[in-house]
Design a protein around this ligand. Structure first.
Ligand code: NDP
Ligand code: ZN
Length: 179
């Protein structure tokens, strides 16, 4: 993990693309999953973020949670800083879904600024996706519950990036979610 910044970014994009190659998003079009981590990193670029480790962690943020990738593998390939940010935004999959959702709300305020940036961009991407198209099998109530839960996680990440927070607030206003 000591190439040029551009080379390191491309290495991350390739690593994530290989890891997520058989996965699809939950939208009706079943968009390739890799669109999401790339899009999360691009939201950070739009928000003016140029911290290399944050952009790398954004591209890699769902590899440990959703693919056969270990934290040690990320440390080896991308170093402890990037792996550490990814670890902060990774749910413990041995816990119930309910407990994982609860812990995201409780732990968000304790996260580093770098992890909060990735969390905000991840929530913005997912909420925009849900606002655009309802996943197959989801009721309007489930979408609504997701917006309300996400607003609680976002509340713990505020004061981190104006662009991301303003874009999130536009969506919460549109969906009539109190912030
Ligand atoms: P899931 O966790 O099952 O799905 C949401 C996650 O899927 C996102 O956080 C995102 O994670 C990923 N994702 C993939 N594609 C999309 C997309 N197109 N749009 C948005 N996100 C996408 O959903 P829930 O959080 O709703 O599931 C758990 C909760 O839902 C439980 O707390 C349970 O109570 C509730 N539930 C409600 C039901 C209902 O009908 N009301 C039914 C079942 C559960 P990533 O960033 O990691 O890709
Ligand atoms: Zn994600």
């Amino acid at each position: 993990h000591n190439g040029t910044p551009l080379a390191e970014i491309i290495k991350c994009v390739n690593f994530a693309a290989v890891k997520h190659k058989n996965q699809r998003r939950k939208d009706p079009e079943q968009t390739p999953y890799i669109n999401h981590p790339i899009g999360v990193a691009f939201l950070l670029v739009e928000g003016g973020i140029d911290n290399l480790a944050v952009l790398q962690a954004a591209v890699l943020h769902d590899t440990v949670e959703d693919t056969h990738t270990s934290n040690e593998e990320l440390v080896r390939e991308f170093g402890p800083e990037v792996a550490g940010i990814v670890a902060e935004v990774t749910d413990n999959k041995s816990l119930s879904k309910e407990e994982r959702k609860r812990l995201q709300i409780v732990k968000a305020p304790l996260a580093s600024q770098e992890a909060k940036l990735v969390k905000l961009a991840d929530k913005l991407y997912n909420l925009r996706d849900l606002d655009r198209a309802t996943p197959f099998g989801w009721t309007p109530n489930r979408v609504n519950e997701y917006f309300h839960w996400a607003a609680k996680v976002v509340a713990g990440c505020r004061g981190t990036n104006d662009f991301l927070e303003k874009e999130l607030d536009k969506l919460f206003a549109k969906r009539k979610v109190a912030i």
